[in-house]
Design a protein around this ligand. Structure first.
Ligand code: ATP
Length: 293
């Protein structure tokens, strides 16, 4: 039996701004995402059958659903439905990416399943067709199909690839305070009511400065940005403390990722990142060192 193995990498947001709210209530975002070496492992196999049957087993996180609520399951089902194929699919997931932390673990799992299924079925679908399926599953899934460094706009699905040479050594850390993505978005709407009328970036100057440093690999002068910090930090003070601590531990720059509460720091080299991660762990903070992929 053929088993396809895929890596589902975590992402961090180096820049994240909200540029408006659409009539359908969705937020327009402008974000630069970057894939890092922490990953979930996904194994997919298929067997012939007259009926479709998808079995998902997850190790490493006993709270995740193993049915249609899991984005990996959803992706496999969507692939089979789109291809109009009936068969048995087994997915085995080894979960390492912290859940609901702003690291797009679920989206990355879904993207990995789409890539893996396409290998299992001898590249039945084009890159564009996979992208269309990804978009139906979630806004971050199209980015996760390709990863690396990319500017994502619209709801996150309009992707422009950026520099391929960025090599970061990061520490990602997560405190105990939590705020759901939905709450973070409604807090943003309250804090920035003018977003409803805005068209175009609120922080264009910031973005232009950021992108010019990114293209020059100038990590000492780069100013990362995440609009969500303004609403998440007051509710999750530990996330803000972790950010300060990253600087104390020698980070060149640090920022919250996505809608939080994970925070990452960028370090000069991997040795420094590992040392900083060790210091945070000694304080009972969940932390790991990772590199760009
Ligand atoms: P993003 O950065 O894209 O906002 P996130 O890191 O904040 O994502 P995820 O880890 O993807 O969040 O999980 C968000 C929700 O999705 C959780 O409530 C979880 O139950 C659900 N979920 C469904 N499938 C998965 C999966 N395979 N892995 C993680 N979460 C999943």
């Amino acid at each position: 039996m053929q088993v396809v193995k895929e890596k589902a990498n975590a992402k961090i947001n180096l820049f994240l701004d909200i540029t408006g709210v659409r009539d359908d209530g969705f937020h327009e975002i402008k974000t630069v995402m970057h894939s890092v070496s922490l990953f979930d492992s996904i194994y997919i196999s298929r067997e012939q059958s007259k009926n479709t049957e998808i079995t998902l087993t997850v190790s490493g996180n006993k709270f995740l659903p193993c049915d249609e609520k899991n984005l990996a399951y959803k992706a496999a089902k969507l692939y089979l439905d789109t291809a109009d194929i009936k068969c048995k699919i087994k997915i085995n997931m080894k979960k390492r990416i912290p859940v609901a932390a702003g690291l797009a673990g679920g989206s990355s799992d879904a993207a990995a399943v789409l890539r893996g299924m396409n290998k299992l079925f001898n590249r039945l679908f084009s890159v564009k067709a996979l992208y269309n399926m990804a978009e139906k599953i979630g806004s971050d899934v199209p980015y996760c199909l390709y990863g690396k460094t990319a500017l994502c706009e619209g709801r996150g699905e309009v992707i422009t690839k950026l520099t391929d040479t960025l090599q970061l050594n990061v520490v990602v850390a997560i405190g105990k305070d939590r705020m759901s993505t939905a709450k973070a978005y409604s807090a943003l709407d309250e804090m920035y009511p003018y977003l409803n009328e805005t068209k175009g970036s609120c922080e264009k100057v910031k973005y232009d400065k950021f992108i010019s440093c990114l293209e020059r690999n100038d990590l000492k002068n780069i100013e990362l940005y995440n609009i969500f910090e303004s609403v998440v930090f007051p509710k999750c003070p530990q996330a803000e403390q972790i950010k300060s601590e990253m600087y104390e531990l020698g980070a060149l720059c640090a920022m919250m990722s996505g809608s939080g509460p994970s925070v990452f720091g960028v370090f000069e080299n991997f040795e420094d990142a590992k040392n900083a991660s060790k210091c945070l762990k000694e304080q009972n903070i969940y932390a790991f060192a990772a590199k760009s992929i």
